[in-house]
Ligand binder design. Sequence first.
Ligand code: PNS
Length: 170
Amino acid sequence: MTRAICPGSFDPVHLGHVDVITRAARLFDEVVVAVSTNYAKTYRFDAEERRMLCAESLAHLPNVTVVPMGGGLLADFCREQGAVGVVKGLRSGLDVDYELPMARMNRHLADVETVFLPGDAAFLHVSSTLLKEVAALGGDVAPFVPPAVLRRLVPPDHPDGAGRDVPAEP
Ligand code: PNS
């Protein structure tokens, strides 16, 4: 039985994430999506909502589970989960520069390998940050997010107040 971790802040999850997680679920017996919270950061969606949006968007994948990772080390989480690998998607050289030091550090800390999957061409320009900005200014993000996320990505002046940023809760 091989288990891999797909970590991220998922603020919110988008179809680029879903693509990578779907492909990871074909390579490993089990995939655990770890929703991380950096307590120094501010998020648009709180930890439970980020977890819930991931769970709803990945419910069709039987060997994928979604769990909160809190603010601890990914390497410790991998050990606790008995994971043999971490899976990440790469969109560009910028991602490579960002990801390689973390991959090396995680290997040093927990002897865990990171597997990089090339991002699908349809989503190379997609990031959670860009989607939040475009949606808040009234742009169409429907091709890039799961339905559950689309319902939540409303302009900041919408009556349900979904545009607020929320501080991470310890
Ligand atoms: O979606 P993001 O914000 O790019 O995800 C980054 C994440 C959560 C994968 C990364 O910041 C991480 O692994 N955080 C956990 C804390 C940790 O282990 N830091 C040291 C990394 S070597």
